[in-house]
Design a protein. Sequence first.
Lengths: 380, 397
Amino acid sequence: MSQPGSSHAFGVCRAARSRARPWGMRAMAFVLGLLVLPSEAQEARVLPLPAPAAVRPVLAELGRHLFFETRLSGDGSRSCASCHAPAKGFADGQALSRGYNGTEHFRNAPGLLSVRLRERLMWDGRHAGANLAAVVREMLTDGQFMNGDARIMEERIRQIPPLLTLWRRAFGEASEPRSEQLFESIAEYLRSLDFPATLVDSALRGESAALPQPVQEGLRLFTGKAGCVACHHGPLLSDGKAHRLGVAQHPALQREPLRMVSLLRHHTEMGLPNVMAERSDVGVYAISKNPADRGRFITPGLRGLAQTGPYMHNGRYDSLEQVVEFHDGGGGAGSELRPLNLSVRERQALVAFLLSLSAPLAAVAEPPAYDYGLVDGARR
Amino acid sequence: MRRLTLALLAAAVVFGAMLTLAMPHPTAPALATLPAVPIPAHNPMSQPKLHLGRLLFFDARLSGDGSTSCASCHVAQMGWTHSDPLARGYPGHRLWRNNPTVLNAAHYTRLMWDGTLDSLEVQARSAMQAPVEGNGKASMVEMRLRLVPEYVALFREVFGTEWPQLEHAWQAIAAFERTLVSDPLQVPFDRHLAGDGNALTPAARRGMALFEGKAGCLQCHNGALASDQGFHALGVPRQPQFDSSALVQIAVRWQNRQRDVPRAVYRDVDEDLGRYYQTRDPADIGKFRTPSLRELKYTAPYMHNGVFATLREVVDFFDRGGGDVPNKSPKLRPLGLSEEEKNDLVAFLEALSMDRPLIVETPKLPPMLPLDACANPGCARSLALRPSSNPPKKGLP
């Protein structure tokens, strides 16, 4: 598992990551970070979606089948799509995700469209964007998500004839299911998923200047007075870095024991000291162990929001109006944000702009549910 | 003359064979009443520990999806095993072996059909964490226990820790399992040994004589457990589900891989190699641990793959001299038993079981509660869980 550090460590100044680094060097890294940040802020722009990724079609097709395959999970009941439903922008529509049977997750399930463009993966950025297959592995095998066993996955695929056919089409006629290739296939499918292009993309490319008036005003505020673009930039409208906004804890965390179980168990797995004294989601701190990262989470992208509410790492807000209001107020306790003093009209324009970054989703074909077949052991 | 010599020789061989079959095995310990259960020094018994162990034995929160407890496969009403020929295991699975009873497991020195494990503590952990059985991730299960205030109090009382630790859960379960043993006062055979002349029916008495004599059962089924705890290949018929069930085929391949059979080998192996997994000696292929013959009345079906539904089928199998496998035990030979003798043997086998099955009432499990909700130990029951913010799904209470 990779070890992201403080907010500066995400992309800007990864050299500052090591905790063993002497103070002098840390200070230097910090200063470097300050030097780098303003120039980056100047570059901070909303960008159109890049061209689709070149994916290997046979791998992505296998991955699509596997994405919907419940038999990859421990008890055969949950697939990736259980919490990442295509019709919901590959999220689950819940404030806090369900997770595996017998568990309740403590964070919001993020959508997966254009996930290939993310710099860091997971709300605490514990995986680098390039390690999509590693995240797939974690989701499939971790007790919180699908609780599957890699070898059982392999043996089950071997026993599902249409999947085995797809497998051999992807990896060769003599190939046998291998978990590393399985994770890679699902990652390849995910790389093939992109947000639909929007009017904003056309406008940014100069192909169409006609953005509706409130959207145009929202974009102006977004890049200007409201300052959103400082963190929400690039094609996904995310800097891929960690920030503390002071979003209040979701009350279900305290109220529902299974959610607290999942949270404290996560802290335990990450090696956080004094786990039983903790009652809140510490975010990046659990990964970096740097106290400055307590309560920091990776900036989410802003595309497809129309389909992927509720919002924030813990689904605390049901509507974009609430989210904008929260930012307008300067965030919650310990926030890195400042109050914006937006008018009602300005807030509405921002919401209009945010919604213009969503477009109707392309339908995703769900593969049929295949039966197990038999292997003729004696004559194999 | 030469003919006479041959005839004499043949007679001697036959007589010798008959003698071997007719006489108890010279080194075989006699059948006996079970001694007191051995208690390991590192896990002494106590009443609160047994109470905790009983709760945990029935608690499905120890499994990955909250569906499967020890008691799911070891059902008190099914002789602390299960009536399925092959164990059901975790949802989405069908295992490759018949699950052994917990009854008297405390008396074995080696557990499992291939003798892989050597203590009830290790077995409890292994079963609840194996992906095909309990599939519980240690950190998740341990944290669940920590949010059950009654468990926090019980673990603290029994083990002195501030928060429940999973290793202690296996100890408590093992302690509870050490109470699941035959009561000699309830077993006709044990009453017979104790001097009760009416304990065994005439058929059971005749069966006992056959068991110790002509049928040669005592060669391997001896001592207090009626098991030598050794490993023997009998050539038990192939379990048909190995060919008819995709889930079993998955289980067989997975088990072979888990046991580090070389990849090239496991692809061609579609059976259970038994003791071989432990010793890697080809001479041990197909050998399984001799099971105890106590409590058979309640623990059908029989054999490592549950292929026989009744004791009569088992006796018929031994009467035929077992099956046909490379490493078959030389102790198995056709016995030539009459119908009546077979019935007598079954009568004796049944006399090794208690008059009534050992049943432990399913306990009411303590609820999981919000952390800090319970400042004092008595509050656990007074608090009710509030409904979840999500729609209900299958899983934990």
